[in-house]
Write a protein that binds this ligand. Structure first.
Ligand code: KIV
Length: 276
């Protein structure tokens, strides 16, 4: 990538200074063509480990590997020029200790060229966040519903209904903020808790199923485009691509079977057939 292209990218400072200002527009992206379409409209493109469920058909994000994140991160970097690109650290790549977190985060940064990594930040992960930031790696935190904890939680459940869940999510956010996270994703929590978290941390919060009081919003792109078959209550669909794709596939199949496709317009013809 040329220095000129790099210079057009939003930086961690652009994201951090959005606290309390115009909301940050964030979306997930996993491949180059989608990244190119979203790039002019999004401040942040997140190569989320949701790629495991959305693209690879996994039942949760637990099976996602470093190799998957790097491959999709590289594609999103190739497709985008302006957005700030964050790549998720997959389950098992940072929890052991700070050295493991640094080696894997540095590998993601080097091999993809992304600007930051995201860590699902239970309170224990504050140590890892501080370690990475001190060594030149910007970190986005992720609190509330943490999909990588699906097996402990017994499903993807919204957080903050009990006093314990409320105080855990708040403590996780404060710990990530104090450790130096430049932004924090707040997922699947009630409006009141999202508001308290947003007021309690210095860095911008990015809500998903949280509340409009967050400093930005993120959705899984396939959900908001209506490609995914089931979506949680907090998703607003801005398109119905599932219906569009189904209609296109039905029409294509009918055309092929009836020999309407390929037609004249899609067929190469020689101006003069070879004389042999
Ligand atoms: O993996 C992901 O896509 C995410 C977003 C939903 C925030 O973490």
């Amino acid at each position: 990538m040329s220095a000129q292209t790099q210079a057009r990218r939003k930086t961690v400072r652009d994201i951090a200074k959005a606290k309390g200002g115009e909301p940050l527009v964030c979306l997930t992206a996993y491949d180059a063509p989608m990244a190119a379409l979203l790039d002019p409209h999004a401040d942040v493109l997140l190569v989320g480990d949701s790629v495991g469920m959305v693209v690879h058909g996994l039942p949760s994000t637990v099976g996602v590997t470093m190799e998957m994140m790097i491959l999709h991160g590289q594609a999103v970097m190739r497709g985008s020029v302006e957005a700030f690109v964050v790549v998720d650290m997959p389950f098992g790549s940072y929890e052991t200790n700070s050295d493991q977190a640094f080696l894997n985060a540095a590998r993601i940064m080097k091999e993809t060229g992304c600007q930051a990594v995201k860590i699902e930040s239970g309170t224990y992960a504050a140590t890892q966040i501080e370690h990475l930031v001190a060594r030149g790696i910007p970190v986005m935190g992720h609190v509330g519903l943490r999909p990588q904890a699906v097996n402990v939680d017994g499903g993807f459940r919204a957080k903050g209904r009990s006093e314990k869940e409320w105080s855990t999510a708040l403590a996780e956010a404060k710990a990530a903020d104090e450790a130096g996270a430049f932004a924090i994703v707040v997922e699947g929590v009630a409006h009141e808790l999202a508001e308290q978290i947003t007021k309690s941390v210095k860095c911008p919060t990015i809500g998903i199923g949280a509340s409009p009081t967050c400093d930005g919003q993120i959705l899984v792109t396939d959900d908001m485009l209506g490609i995914t078959d089931w979506v949680p209550k907090f998703v607003k669909k801005y398109a119905d691509l599932r219906a569009e794709i189904t209609k296109a596939a039905i029409n294509y199949a009918a055309d092929v079977r009836s020999r309407r496709f390929p037609g004249e317009a899609q067929t190469y013809k020689l101006p003069k057939p070879p004389s042999n």
